[in-house]
Design a protein around this ligand. Structure first.
Ligand SMILES: [Ca+2]
Ligand SMILES: [Ca+2]
Length: 187
C-alpha cells in the first residue's frame, strides 16, 4: 500500500513539476559549465535575464552569476536590449590564458555589443566592452602570436556606409585588453 502511494506521487511529480521548471529556465536563464579560474574544477556560469515589466521589446535586467564550489558570485549587467537574442559564451583566446566569459547582445537597430568578464575564484571582473554597428565582433589571431584578438567592425557612415569599414583591434597584452589599431578598409 505504502509503496503504491509512493509510486503514485513520484509519477505525478515527474509529469507536472519538472516540465514547468525546465520551461521557465529556458526562457530566462542560460547556463554553461567551464573552469574559468583555472583551479581544475568547473564553475556553473549563468546569464540571468529578468524581463522589465511593461517593456515589449525584450528589455531585461541582466545578471551574470558564477557558482564556484559552495559560493555564488554575481555581477549586475544593467539593461540588456532584445534580451531573447542575447547570449552567453565561454571564450578561449589562448591555451596559456584563462578563459573569459562573453555576453553578446544587440544594441540599437543593427549594432552588437560584447561585454567580456574574467573570474579569479573570488570576484568577477569586467575586462572590456566592445561595440560594433556593422554588426561584426569576432575573436581571431590576426598577428599570429598565438593569442586571439577581438576584431570589431563598424561602418563609416560619414564616408561610404557600404564600402568603408572602421576596424578596431583589441589585443590582450600585460593581462589587459588594449585598443591596438583603428583603420579603415575598403571592401
Ligand atoms: Ca574553476
Ligand atoms: Ca594575436
Amino acid at each position: 500500500m505504502l509503496k503504491r502511494v509512493f509510486i503514485g506521487v513520484l509519477v505525478i511529480s515527474l509529469i507536472s513539476f519538472p516540465v514547468f521548471v525546465e520551461a521557465k529556465a529556458k526562457g530566462n536563464v542560460e547556463v554553461l559549465e567551464a573552469d574559468i579560474d583555472g583551479d581544475g574544477s568547473k564553475e556553473e556560469i549563468s546569464f540571468i535575464k529578468k524581463p522589465i515589466e511593461d517593456e515589449l521589446d525584450g528589455l531585461a535586467e541582466g545578471t551574470l552569476q558564477i557558482k564556484a564550489k559552495n559560493k555564488v558570485f554575481t555581477k549586475d549587467l544593467g539593461e540588456i536590449e532584445n534580451s531573447s537574442g542575447a547570449s552567453l559564451e565561454v571564450i578561449k583566446v589562448s591555451s596559456n590564458v584563462k578563459p573569459f566569459i562573453g555576453i553578446f547582445s544587440f544594441a540599437g537597430a543593427h549594432g552588437m555589443r560584447l561585454m567580456l568578464f574574467s573570474f579569479d575564484g573570488s570576484k568577477i571582473m569586467q575586462e572590456i566592452e566592445v561595440f560594433s554597428d556593422a554588426p561584426s565582433i569576432e575573436f581571431k589571431d590576426i598577428d599570429k602570436d598565438g593569442i586571439k584578438e577581438i576584431v570589431a567592425k563598424s561602418r563609416d557612415y560619414d564616408n561610404s556606409p557600404i564600402k568603408d569599414s572602421i576596424v578596431k583591434t583589441y589585443k590582450y597584452l600585460d593581462k589587459k585588453w588594449q585598443l591596438e589599431s583603428t583603420y579603415k578598409t575598403i571592401e
